[in-house]
Design a protein around this ligand. Structure first.
Ligand code: FE2
Ligand code: FE2
Length: 452
């Protein structure tokens, strides 16, 4: 529906008594921005004295959009009462700046989370710019999902006796399996089943049962080392007596290297040491260096569960002791600098979306922390490769049950967690120019959102 109307009319025509007095339309997020589309989301709560209280209120959904400086058009209007409002606007032009108004029952959605309230950010300005395609032919797409935590019963960092974690409702008690299955389903049905990196914290505490569930889910997605590859996270650390993760996936401190259909090398490493922080043992360094030295220029996507930059370590709320130890962070970056084909290093662990600053100024590698699948922000990232660079897009699960859990788990860590994990629109969606012309098109169809 393409009704043209002024923004003020949009507000005034739908305002109800409920909206004026009790409805809080909040948590506005410009979550995903591609070359031709954008996903805008928000929630509706009850409010008391202007503050959100944990009582969702269902309301209608409206989005109007237009080019910056031009008129806005109502492109989505759905009176169906709902609490979690997600609107994907398609048919946009690459590299164009748009303004938008998102509202429920006529009440404008407001930004609430810290990264959405920064001056100049998309939710603050209610503007965004679609991405542009990198130069050259489309090559392939790789997906990454991490922090699945199969077997977990409560979500959030537990600080002593404080009740900081979030418990799921009874019908969502097994939310990790629901979220993982949902991500795999959306990757398969909507995104063409790209090769998937499951980057650690696949289980909650490395029990045989949890590993079996995870293995069955991933086997349902495809064949190991062809369709998916798994790394170990700190939650998957070997136990005192045994190592089910090693039995089901890969042995402790073993590096793995696989080639995707485009020729892309995926180098998946084990950065785990114990229950929190990480290390890399001398034996694994030998494997990593041998692999990279065998073909240093081959475009390579590296992955460890732990982030590997000082920037990540010192900006994490959990502190550097929760990270890969300092000497390993630097050593791994030095090794990756010596292999100029390493263009992107993916990490999880912090459950946040963040582009990290490399410690070494003259490295080809970019460093990206990817948010969690098991809970808020609740999704996966696609890396679309072209001959002249790549695009990063984070996608939240879109299933109503998943959305219900995502917005419940948004309140983890006394409600602070979401502020730290969401990242900026650009952390989740960006383009990097880098020479990937050594790869060949994989034959995968170009994803719909990249067809301009
Ligand atoms: Fe985790
Ligand atoms: Fe972790």
């Amino acid at each position: 529906m393409d009704l043209q109307l002024s923004a003020d009319a949009l507000d005034a025509s739908k305002t109800s008594a409920l909206a004026r007095g009790k409805l809080l339309v909040t948590d506005l997020e410009v979550l995903t921005v591609t070359p031709t589309s954008a996903v805008i989301s928000w929630v509706t709560h009850a409010a008391r004295l202007g503050m959100a209280i944990p009582r969702p209120i269902a309301a209608g959904t409206e989005v109007a959009i237009g080019p910056v400086g031009g008129p806005m058009q109502l492109v989505h209007e759905d009176p169906t009462p709902r609490v979690y409002h997600v609107v994907e606007v398609t048919g946009l032009e690459p590299g164009r700046s748009y303004q938008f108004r998102a509202s429920s029952d006529g009440q404008l959605a407001a930004a609430a989370l810290r990264p959405t309230r920064m001056v100049g950010c998309c939710e603050h300005t209610r503007q965004f710019t679609t991405l542009t395609l990198p130069q050259g032919r489309y090559l392939t797409t790789v997906a990454v999902v991490n922090d699945i935590h199969i077997g977990e019963r409560r979500q959030g960092i537990v600080l002593g006796a404080l009740p900081t974690s979030v418990t799921p409702p009874p019908d969502q008690a097994d939310y990790p399996r629901m979220m993982c299955a949902g991500a795999l389903d959306e990757l398969g049905t909507r995104h063409g089943r790209p090769m998937l990196i499951a980057n650690g914290d696949i289980t909650y505490d490395n029990s045989p049962e949890q590993n079996l569930i995870a293995r069955e889910l991933l086997d349902g997605y495809g064949t190991e080392n062809i369709d998916w590859i798994a790394t170990r996270g700190n939650h998957d650390h070997p136990r005192r007596e045994d190592d089910p993760f090693g039995d089901y996936f890969v042995g402790y401190q073993q590096a793995q290297s696989v080639h995707e259909a485009s020729g892309l090398r995926v180098l998946a490493m084990d950065s785990t040491r114990g229950s929190g922080g990480g290390w890399i043992t001398p034996g694994q360094y030998g494997q990593i260096m041998a692999e990279l030295e065998s073909d240093p220029g081959r475009p390579t996507l590296a992955a460890t569960h732990h982030p590997v930059t000082t920037d990540a370590a010192w900006s994490s709320a959990s502190g550097p002791q929760f990270m890969l130890r300092g000497r390993d962070r630097l050593k791994l970056q030095l090794i990756e600098r010596q292999a100029p084909g390493v263009f992107l290093h993916l990490a999880g662990h912090t459950h946040r979306m963040r582009r990290d600053r490399a410690d070494l100024a003259d490295t080809n590698a970019h460093y990206l922390e990817n948010a969690a699948c098991a809970a808020y922000p609740g999704g996966f990232t696609l890396v679309h490769l072209f001959e002249g660079g790549y695009l990063v897009n984070f996608w939240r699960l879109n299933d109503p049950a998943a959305l219900r859990w995502i917005y419940r788990s948004r309140w983890q860590s006394l409600g602070i967690g979401a502020h730290l994990m969401l990242g900026s629109t650009a952390d989740r969606n960006h383009r990097v120019d880098v020479d990937l012309s050594g790869l060949t098109p994989s034959g995968r169809p170009v994803p719909a959102e990249l067809v301009c």
